[in-house]
Structures are given as C-alpha cells and as structure tokens.
Design a protein around this ligand. Structure first.
Ligand SMILES: [Zn+2]
Length: 65
C-alpha cells in the first residue's frame, strides 16, 4: 500500500529514545494490522544507540496504543 500523504500520520515526529534519550528517525511505516488504513504502525530508530521504537498513530499523527 502506498501512502499518499507522507506528512500525515505524524511522519515528521521525532521521538526520544527510551534507552538513551537520543533523537530517533522514522525508518518504517505500514498500515496497522488491526485498525486498518486509518492507522499506521511506525518504527523509529535511535541515531545514537540503534534501538528501534514502534508506535501506532492515526492520520493526524496522534499516537494510539
Ligand atoms: Zn538511543
């Protein structure tokens, strides 16, 4: 599935690494397996320690747990 609006789903968010507090970048996005196309699962990778963080967000970029 292509994502038409790359700036939606909070794609510009930078999360803070839970391990070291460093900056993370979004490396992977996919439609949410349970909540459908209105939600994404997103994987962020820490630039400092390479830890990967996963979150779910809706089209407005609001996190959904
Ligand atoms: Zn880190």
């Amino acid at each position: 599935m292509l994502i038409d609006h790359p700036e939606s789903f909070g794609a510009r968010d930078r999360l803070t690494c839970t391990e070291c507090g460093g900056d993370t970048i979004l490396i992977r996005r996919s439609p949410h397996p349970e909540f459908g196309s209105s939600f994404e699962t997103q994987v962020f990778r820490c630039l400092q320690c390479d830890r990967e963080l996963t979150r779910s967000a809706d089209v407005a970029g609001k996190p959904h747990s």
